[in-house]
Design a protein around this ligand. Structure first.
Ligand code: KG4
Ligand code: ZN
Length: 336
């Protein structure tokens, strides 16, 4: 079965083809990052217009990459939500129109389910059940995943998502949008021993997290460095980035270890944009080696938004779960 996947929930247009026999056979992506950069964040109206411009050429490119034609497609999956309403509608309209024209089923996919299942596109593939750490720009959740469609939220952030904390902290350190990946790059050259920031909720007896206070702590630290040294020079900025990253990584890893123990799970899957963070991966790998659990990541390029995860989640839903075909978008939508 050949499934076309369309992702348009935010600032990336992703189109991909997933073949249930052969795996991912085409994956095309256009990022609007440069377009939104001059505004310091995503402008919803511009995002929608750009999705309209990109979705048809990307679909053509996908078919060419796989050596397929429209008639070879068996089903179309699209991101129904959560995300920007107008942006979602572009993908929903395109997918539904094409599906009507080709007389094939359309499958609406939850964006987070796409992220959640994306590590199954890697080799080796984790077996169910597993714990999922979902860390993106909009969400930070720890979930028990027992099968396709069987998700239980065990803990989540009470305020900022991890990616949001990276981006907001980067902004207050004067880094250009989107700051998260840049902050983590600078952190690699920072001294982990120079500054220490608080680890919010590290010892709370639940699996919830909180990251908004960390950004305030960074602001105070920045002011302190400015008062003591006159300004925040390049090395001090790297050291602050490192202190921030150390704190956030320690909280995430500690909550995951706690969740694995509490729920008797042996595998953890990391998904979402922050899953690309090298220090988070290294810390999880070290914890996994010490405590003998398995850790699985999506291929690096599938950590952030893409069409491949939507095509894959659509194929899984068609094969193993309900096949909810609808022409709707849900800008706000909980996964469980
Ligand atoms: O999953 P994603 O592409 O979009 C959402 O669904 O939100 O995640 C984007 C988020 C952004 O906040 C970005 O700053 C963050 O992931 N991110 C990173 C890294 N790469 C992307 N955060 C920390 N370290 C990275 N290497
Ligand atoms: Zn995402």
């Amino acid at each position: 079965m050949l499934v076309l996947g369309i992702e348009s929930s935010c600032d990336e247009t992703g189109v991909a083809l997933y073949d249930t026999e052969r795996g991912l056979i085409a994956d095309q992506l256009h990022s609007q990052m440069a377009m939104h950069a001059e505004y310091g964040g995503v402008v919803p109206e511009l995002a929608s217009r750009d999705h309209i411009r990109r979705v048809t050429p990307l679909t053509r490119a996908c078919l060419a990459e796989a050596g397929k034609t429209l008639q070879d497609i068996d089903a179309i999956a699209y991101t129904e939500g959560p995300g920007l309403g107008g942006a979602l509608l572009v993908g929903a309209s395109f997918a539904n129109a094409l599906a009507v024209g080709l007389n094939i089923p359309v499958i609406s996919v939850h964006h987070l389910e796409g992220h959640l299942l994306s590590p199954l596109l890697a080799d080796p593939r984790p077996a169910f059940p597993f714990l999922a750490l979902l860390v993106s720009g909009g969400h930070t959740q720890i979930m028990a995943v027992r099968g396709v469609g069987d998700y239980q939220i065990l803990g989540e952030t009470l305020d900022d998502a991890a990616g949001e904390a990276f981006d907001k902290t980067a902004k207050l350190l004067g880094l250009p949008y989107p700051g998260g990946p840049l902050l983590s790059k600078l952190a690699e050259e920072g001294d982990p021993t120079r500054f220490t920031l608080p680890r919010p909720m590290l010892h709370s007896d639940n699996l919830d997290m909180s990251f908004s206070g960390l950004k305030t702590a960074v602001l105070m630290l920045k002011k302190q460095v400015e008062a003591e040294c006159g300004s925040v020079d390049e090395q001090a900025r790297k050291d602050i980035c490192r202190a921030f990253q150390e704190a956030i990584v320690e909280v995430l890893v500690s909550k995951c270890v706690k969740a694995l123990k509490q729920h008797g799970l042996q595998r953890i899957v990391v998904a979402g944009g922050v899953g690309a963070n090298k220090q988070l991966r290294a810390a999880l790998d070290a914890a996994a080696a010490k405590r003998r659990f398995g850790v699985f990541y999506p291929p690096l390029k599938l950590c952030t938004d893409n069409g491949a995860m939507i095509a894959f989640a659509g194929a899984m839903r068609l094969q193993y779960a309900r096949t909810a075909g609808s022409f709707t978008v849900k800008p706000r939508w909980d996964l469980s």
